[in-house]
Design a protein around this ligand. Structure first.
Ligand code: SAH
Length: 475
């Protein structure tokens, strides 16, 4: 190990920054976050630094560097654009045994400023020993995605309860087990979703229970898995998927998404094909309650968004009645996913001022839709579960006043490598589709906006693979 990572307290400590350009500016911003008392020495400074000076946040000496400026400082950051100046300042500081950082010149540095993920008071620092700041930044970006924004709040909660936990649980081992339970269970999740009072209440309850380790509180995460492409998951969805003990998923959840669920989690397929639900809805609801009651972290993974034609609310009503904590994580709904990946904007200043989502699911062989409302001009209509009813839908819209030449598109397995877009009109689409072997799920989009597909159609799965291959060959 070439460098020992340490966290230095610089609150109100004098720090000297030599140089006034953009690199100096970045370091100044960082030192400000650490509440250091900063003095900048430079003949010239950026507008941003100038503003900080004007607002009294930092001191500025408009001058060349002289050794005397090192007199009172605790650390020195050297960031001029002149290598000789940098060397000269570093030599002077070294004589005084001051810790030195010279931006972009690791050979002259005593310390390196890492890339950081700031969830104060929790801070994660990534360093590459000065070899590659870009690599550190990429790694940092990955960490940013897996550490919830309110992780620091969790640390503050732990601090507040530390003394109480210590008096209640005398051994280190007991305390470690206790905190692991807190940080990986519903208490942490309550903090992350902004329910601090509830979290504190539950923590107290856990601590006051006769045996904190036998106290089991499960929870349910109702997570939107999006339309297929795993890259479209939210950070929160991914995090919860990776901490679940058991997952209940249905047919619409893509394999790519399912692969991201924690490997050790039990997987329960609950089906949901049209008209033949593998596990009846009330059984799914009950299963969620039972699993959570047994202390499990239960992931209910649903295609698209759980609150759009997903019966998500029905599933959690029972949880509410049973006092089981739950969270609902939105997903990209098929309409958004398919529209974007097919290059069909759902609204457009010239073509559509509104957009409606309806389901084309046949209720007892009849499609009971408000046809008049659907036939409004300047509107995009998105029909979920539309394949069986496609013919009826197109006919009814024409019968109720929509022009027969109104553009319409059927999107098969949107956002996946099997995406296919069939474009036509209300008149021609059913015929076109009947000639093709279309695989579910499919989404129907009707409206003038569909004509933009020919121009905005950026996602062409077959071809993009070829593109990657060619890139690989040339690289
Ligand atoms: N909650 C889901 C919708 C569930 S209803 C969501 O928000 O997307 C199921 C219907 O969604 C399917 O019949 C189909 O119309 C649509 N759908 C879901 N994923 C799709 C995809 N990848 N491509 C096309 N349609 C999709």
């Amino acid at each position: 190990m070439d460098y020992l990572p340490i966290f230095l307290k610089l609150t109100d400590e004098p720090c000297l920054v030599v140089g006034g350009g953009e690199t100096a500016q970045r370091k100044i911003d960082l030192l400000l976050r650490a509440r250091a008392q900063i003095t900048v020495v430079a003949p010239d400074i950026t507008n941003h630094i100038h503003t900080l000076v004007k607002r009294g946040r930092i001191d500025y000496i408009r001058d060349q560097f002289y050794d005397e400026y090192l007199d009172k400082t605790r650390i020195v950051i050297i960031a001029t654009n002149n290598i000789d100046t940098n060397k000269r300042v570093a030599a002077a500081a070294r004589k005084l045994r001051l810790p030195i950082n010279v931006v972009d010149q690791p050979a002259l540095c005593d310390f390196i400023i890492p890339s950081i993920v700031d969830r104060s008071p929790v801070i994660v620092a990534v360093g590459t020993g000065g070899t590659s700041p870009v690599l550190a930044r990429i790694l940092r970006a990955k960490l940013e995605t897996i550490i919830p924004a309110s992780y620091g709040q969790l640390a503050i909660l732990a601090r507040d309860f530390r003394a109480k936990v210590r008096s209640k649980l005398p051994t280190t081992q007991q305390r470690r087990a206790f905190w692991e339970q807190v940080f990986q269970g519903p208490i942490a999740e309550m903090m992350f979703s902004g329910k601090e009072n509830k979290a504190r209440h539950l923590l107290n309850k856990l601590l006051n229970s006769a045996d904190p380790h036998s106290f089991k509180q499960g929870e349910v995460y109702l997570v939107g898995a999006g339309p297929g492409d795993p890259d479209l998951l939210t950070f929160r969805a991914l995090r919860l998927m990776q901490q679940a003990d058991v997952v209940l998923y249905d047919r619409l959840v893509s394999d790519g998404v399912l692969d991201l669920v924690r490997r050790e989690a039990d997987r329960i397929y609950v089906g949901k094909k049209r008209a033949q639900h593998e596990v009846p809805q009330n059984k799914i609801n009950q299963l969620l309650v039972d699993l959570a009651k047994s202390g499990k972290r239960v992931l209910r993974l649903k295609g698209g968004d759980p609150f759009i034609f997903g019966r998500g609310s029905e599933e959690i009503e029972d949880l509410f009645h049973n006092g089981i904590p739950f969270q609902v994580i939105p997903g990209i709904t098929a309409a958004s996913g398919c529209a974007s990946y097919a290059g069909i904007p759902l609204t457009h200043r010239d073509f559509a001022q509104s957009c409606v989502f309806v389901t084309g699911h046949l209720q007892s062989e009849n499609l009971e839709l408000n046809w008049k409302q659907l036939c409004q001009p300047s509107q995009t209509v998105v029909v979920y579960m539309s394949l069986t009813g496609l013919d009826t839908i197109c006919k009814q819209m024409i019968n109720h006043g929509s022009p027969a030449h109104l553009p319409a598109a059927l999107i098969q397995q949107g956002t996946t490598s099997d995406q296919r877009v069939v474009c036509g009109t209300l008149n021609t689409l059913p015929g076109l589709v009947s000639k093709l072997k279309i695989k579910p799920p499919t989404l129907l989009i009707i409206g003038e906006v569909v004509q933009l597909h020919s121009m905005l159609n950026w996602f062409q799965p077959g071809q993009s693979e070829l593109g990657t291959l060619q890139l690989g060959n040339t690289g």
